[in-house]
Design a protein around this ligand. Sequence first.
Ligand code: GLP
Length: 234
Amino acid sequence: MALDLEVWEDNDALYSRAQEIFSTQIKNGATTFGLATGGTMIPLYEKLRSSALDFSHCNSVNLDEYVGVPQGHPASYHTFMQQHLFDAKPFKATYIPNGVAEDVHAEALKYENVLKSLTVDMQLLGVGVNGHIGFNEPGTSFQSETDVVELTASTRSANARFFDSLDEVPKQAITMGIASIMRAKCILLIAVGEEKRTAIEALLKGDVTEDIPVTRLCNHPNVIVLTDLQINND
Ligand code: GLP
């Protein structure tokens, strides 16, 4: 398995390491970054914001967006990226699916075509408590490309903290598919916190199954995992 596991006891050091990986990517000529949202990414984006890194010649493509949430909504992933990264670090071009497109299925297809026109040098990933990547929930085909997907009750309740109430959390999202994610040249996965243990242990065990989407990364040639979890990987 071409997976480098780095366990960091200190979260600040973990995020500095993630920043260093971005920096090395840029030095090595990377110009297209797949980006992610979620609480896990906030300290990383804070570091990138206060760094000297320049992304003005780079493209970014985000993993996903909620369906039915307008771009200016406080919980949209557009707003998240603007606040946590893009306001301070502009990119040459940024792509995030439009969750309020009149035809969200056509929007998903269009997004997949944008992705295919780019080569993602490094894809940043978090992981859901149930092992989802992007918004690809357990059971999603490994062949999936960008599409409109249903969110599980567990994902909706995990993400309710970003909304005023659980009722407000959308039931659908547009997400890059698992096959779309796997096309990236390199993947940086960050998993922080005990609630991610089951997903990360499954990944490290190497039993690849569509029931736990993150395990698909075992088949990728270049994955770095940064975690604060002490894993018993016997
Ligand atoms: C959401 C996002 C995922 C993210 C996951 C974990 O569902 N679509 O891309 O990895 O949440 O989020 P957090 O970092 O807040 O635990």
